[in-house]
Design a protein around this ligand. Structure first.
Ligand code: CS2
Ligand code: MG
Length: 402
């Protein structure tokens, strides 16, 4: 019987910080898992190196479910982003190994294709309405069927979602960048620029918007109501989701579809949102929600309640996560959309992937496993570079949700 012989954790910063797990079996078969948690990378690296890797050596890599249960229940302490990201990295690496051993791409092990390709959304942004409209036009010309629109709020320095240069990267400083926030200014401005997008480009494409946890439930209800005629594909993270009941209030007031879940990491965190149909898309991801094994459980629960998938896919999820996400997205019956932000050149020097993008759709080849390779020698050229996500402060100086 093949056993797990080695499990290595690599922390590197090719373009941005990534934590990568590579498991090697006694037969020399390797598997990769993404363990990146933006702004808290070293916590996951230590959880893996110090508390998980010693438990893996000598185990049967084929026993994916058993190892998942062992790591989840065996920790005693339940859930949380660090734990579930570490378990996710092990899980995805073991699915990669299983596919390589079987000579099949992971999606074939998950039931085969349910669709020919995976629809993604692009990220248009601007510092004002004209620059946003130019950016939307660029992505429409590139053939994207779905585009997220975000701009800064006049008079507020930092703002969520505004790209600087070619790639959007919020973890931009070695101490949290404290950015001013005004809900009133946002609620006055965001509907205006979303309306400008629809007025210029019409409704023949999906328009998305990320509120990014900033509103109270009644403010989110007001926002959702104010943009109903714009037919958004979704308003994302309208209010912090720890209190799942909060979404009942939003639902009572507006039919604008809701997506949430990127910062959540287990089926328990989204159970009520799904079973009460308080959301339309669940955004949990393969890297932060326990890997393919657990994400499939979440998506299967969602399917029972006609909630579709809409996994998070920003650049702080590595190409390993994107590939694993596409394998899952190709197979699930209740696929909605996949977030996609292109990684920079340095990242792609370290991660070789078989994921392809054409006309706003992702696909991948039939390479066994995930179809991703990690070049540790290339990664050595990019040492870890500590970075933090911003913190939002209201105009009175108190901390707000970023
Ligand atoms: C955002 C992310 O892509 C999204 O929907 O919410 O950019 C998020 O801010 C980052 O992934 C945080 O690391
Ligand atoms: Mg988001």
């Amino acid at each position: 019987m093949s056993t797990i012989e080695r499990a290595e954790v690599f922390v590197a910063s090719p373009g941005r910080n990534f934590v990568t797990l590579r498991i090697t079996t006694s037969d020399g078969v390797t598997g990769l898992g993404d363990a990146t948690l933006n702004g808290r990378e070293l916590a996951v690296a230590s959880y893996l190196r110090d508390h998980v890797v010693p438990l893996l050596i000598g185990r049967d890599p084929a026993r994916i479910e058993d190892i998942w249960q062992f790591l989840y229940r065996g920790a005693y302490w339940r859930r949380g982003p660090v734990t579930m990201t570490a378990i996710a990295a092990v899980d995805v690496a073991l699915w990669d190994i299983k596919g390589r051993v079987a000579g099949l791409p992971v999606y074939q092990l998950l039931g085969g294709r349910s669709r020919d390709a995976v629809m993604v959304y692009a990220h248009a942004s601007g510092t004002d309405v004209p620059s946003l409209l130019d950016d939307v036009a660029k992505f429409r010309d590139l053939g994207y069927q779905a585009i997220r629109a975000q701009t800064g709020v006049p008079g507020l320095g930092g703002s969520y979602g505004v790209r600087k240069g070619e790639v959007y990267e919020p973890a931009n400083s070695n101490l949290p960048d404290e950015q001013p926030w005004s809900t009133e200014a946002y609620l006055d401005f965001a509907p205006t620029y979303l309306r400008a997008v629809r007025e210029k480009f019409g409704s023949a494409f999906h328009l998305l918007h990320d509120v990014h946890h900033r509103l109270t439930p009644i403010e989110a209800a007001r926002f959702g109501k104010s943009v109903e005629d714009l037919r958004l594909f979704w308003m994302e993270d309208p209010t912090p989701a720890e209190n799942q009941e909060a979404f009942r209030l939003i639902r009572q007031h507006t039919t604008t579809p809701i997506a949430t879940g990127e910062i959540l990491n287990s089926i328990w965190d989204v159970k009520d949102l799904i079973t009460e149909q308080l959301i339309d898309y669940v955004r949990t991801t393969v890297v932060h929600a326990g890997g393919i094994t657990h994400l499939r459980r979440i998506f299967d629960l969602a399917a029972l309640y006609q909630v579709r998938t809409g996994s998070h896919g920003a650049t702080d999820l590595s190409p390993i996560s994107l590939a694993a996400a596409v394998h899952v997205d190709l197979t699930v019956p209740n696929f909605g959309i996949q977030e996609y932000m292109p990684h920079v050149e340095q990242t792609m020097q370290v991660f070789r992937t078989n994921v392809t993008l054409e006309n706003g759709m992702l696909d991948l080849s039939d390479e066994p496993g995930l179809g991703v390779e990690y070049d540790e020698k290339a990664a050595e050229r990019y040492p870890y570079d500590p970075k933090y996500l911003p913190v939002a402060r209201r105009l009175d100086g108190s901390v707000h949700d970023w």
